[in-house]
Design a protein around this ligand. Structure first.
Ligand code: PLP
Length: 379
C-alpha cells in the first residue's frame, strides 16, 4: 500500500506547526511520531503537591481574619499523604532500605495506605496495609482497587499488645522476605515531605503574608514539617496551631473514643509518634465532634467544598481564630482530604445519629458556636 499522497495532508494536530511532516507515514503515525511540547505529565506522581489555596469567603465573611484552606484532596490519591508516601519511598530507595520490588508494610487509617499503594504500584513495590476496624468502606474499596493487600488489626490496643496495628504490621513485615516497614509514625521522611513541599507552597502562595497555620494532628507529620518550615521562613512569626478531637490526648484530654478519621491518639505522651514535635505548635485546641461534623456540612453547603471530617476539625478552629485575630491576618488551614471517602459516615444521617451527633442535615446556621478555649474545653 502506498502512502505517497498522505504526507501532503495537513496534520490534524501539530505540536510543532513549523516542522515538516515525516514523509511516507500514515497520518496517525505522523501524530504519534511528533514530539509533544504541550504540558503532559510523565506519571501520576507528577500530580502530587502544588495543591490550591481557596479562601473561605462565605464562612469567614465579616471576620477580621482571612481563612485559606489548602485543598490536599487535589493530590492524585486524594490526600496530603501522597506527599508523604512519595517522599518515604524515594528516600528509602535512595538509602537502600527499600530494595527493588520489595514489599512495603504500613499501619494506617487509610490515606497513607492509599498514597503508598499508588506510588508503590508505579515504583514496583507491593503494599500491605494494616488498618483499624473503623476505616471507611470507601477507603477500603480504594485501597483494594489500587491493589493493596489489607489486614485488619486493633488500632487502639496498647503498644505492647500483639494485636496492636503497628505490632501486627511489624510481624507481617518480618514474615515477608525483604519486606520493609515504612513506619510513618517514626519515619523522618514524613515531616520532611511537608517541610520541603507543603510549607514552601504555603509561603509562596501567600507571598510570605501567612500569619497563622492550622493543622490537625495524626502522626504529627503535617503540623511538624509545615509548621517548622513556616516558623523558619518567618523568623518565628507565624503562629502554629494544632487541632485535636475529643478523646485524643494531644490536646490534653483523657483518652476516649475518637470519631474523626486519621487524627488524634489514645496513647499517653510517652507513646506519641516520634516524628511529632509538639514544640513546633504554639497551642493545641480541642474541638467537639458535633462541631466537627457541623462544620463539614457547612463547608459543603456554603462553600461548595466537600471535605473530610479532619478538615471540619481544623477549619472550625481557623474560623474561630479569624474572629479574634488582628484585621487582615492570613490564616492557612490544611484540609487533609475530601469528603467523598466519608459519604457513609460524615454525610450519612444514620451514621451521625448512631454516634449521637444530632446534626440537622438541612441546617445552614452558624458554623461554630464555640468560643475559643484557653483550657482545652469548648462549649
Ligand atoms: C484524614 C486525615 N486527616 C489528618 C491526618 C493527620 O495528618 P498527619 O499524620 O500529618 O498529622 C491524617 C493522617 O493520616 C488523615 O488521614
Amino acid at each position: 500500500m502506498s502512502y505517497s499522497n498522505r504526507h501532503t495532508i495537513a496534520p490534524v494536530a501539530t505540536a510543532q506547526p513549523t516542522a515538516a511532516p515525516t514523509p511516507f507515514l500514515a497520518p496517525q503515525d505522523t501524530l504519534r511520531a511528533a514530539p509533544i511540547t504541550a504540558p503532559v505529565l510523565d506519571s501520576v506522581t507528577d500530580l502530587i503537591g502544588n495543591t490550591p489555596l481557596v479562601e473561605l469567603r462565605h464562612l469567614a465573611a465579616g471576620l477580621p481574619g482571612r481563612v485559606f484552606a489548602k485543598l490536599e484532596s487535589r493530590n492524585p490519591g486524594g490526600s496530603a499523604k501522597d506527599r508523604v508516601a512519595l517522599n518515604i519511598i524515594r528516600t528509602a530507595e535512595a538509602n537502600g532500605d527499600l530494595a527493588p520490588g520489595a514489599t512495603i508494610v504500613e499501619s494506617t487509617s487509610g490515606n497513607t495506605g492509599i498514597g503508598l499503594a499508588l506510588v508503590g504500584q508505579l515504583t514496583g513495590h507491593p503494599v500491605v496495609i494494616v488498618h483499624g476496624a473503623t476505616i471507611s468502606a470507601e477507603k477500603r474499596a480504594i485501597l483494594l482497587a489500587y491493589g493493596a493487600r489489607l489486614v485488619e488489626a486493633d488500632w487502639d490496643a496498647a503498644p505492647n499488645d500483639p494485636s496492636n496495628a503497628r505490632a501486627v504490621a511489624d510481624r507481617i513485615a518480618s514474615e515477608i522476605p525483604g519486606a520493609w516497614r515504612s513506619s510513618q509514625f517514626k519515619n523522618a521522611a514524613n515531616p520532611r515531605a511537608h517541610y520541603t513541599s507543603t510549607g514552601p507552597e504555603i509561603w509562596k502562595q501567600t507571598e510570605g503574608t501567612v500569619t497563622h497555620f492550622v493543622a490537625s494532628i495524626g502522626t504529627g507529620g503535617t503540623v511538624t514539617g509545615t509548621g517548622r518550615f513556616l516558623k523558619d521562613a518567618s523568623n518565628g512569626a507565624v503562629k502554629v496551631i494544632g487541632v485535636d478531637p475529643t478523646g485524643s490526648t494531644y490536646g490534653g484530654n483523657l483518652p476516649g473514643t475518637i470519631l474523626v478519621d486519621g487524627v488524634g491518639t489514645n496513647w499517653p505522651r510517652a507513646n506519641w509518634p516520634d516524628i511529632f514535635d509538639p514544640t513546633v505548635t504554639d497551642e493545641i485546641r480541642i474541638v467537639e465532634d458535633r462541631v466537627v461534623y457541623h462544620t463539614v456540612r457547612q463547608l459543603a453547603l456554603r462553600e461548595a467544598l466537600l471535605l473530610g471530617p479532619s478538615s471540619g476539625l481544623a477549619i472550625s478552629v481557623a474560623l474561630d481564630l479569624a474572629a479574634t485575630v488582628e484585621p487582615g491576618s492570613v490564616i492557612v488551614v490544611v484540609s487533609p482530604d475530601g469528603g467523598g471517602n466519608y459519604l457513609s459516615k460524615a454525610f450519612n444521617p444514620e451514621w451521625l445519629d448512631s454516634e449521637g451527633l444530632g446534626i440537622d442535615p438541612t441546617s445552614t446556621g452558624p458554623t461554630s458556636t464555640n468560643t475559643p478555649s484557653t483550657d482545652g474545653t469548648r462549649n
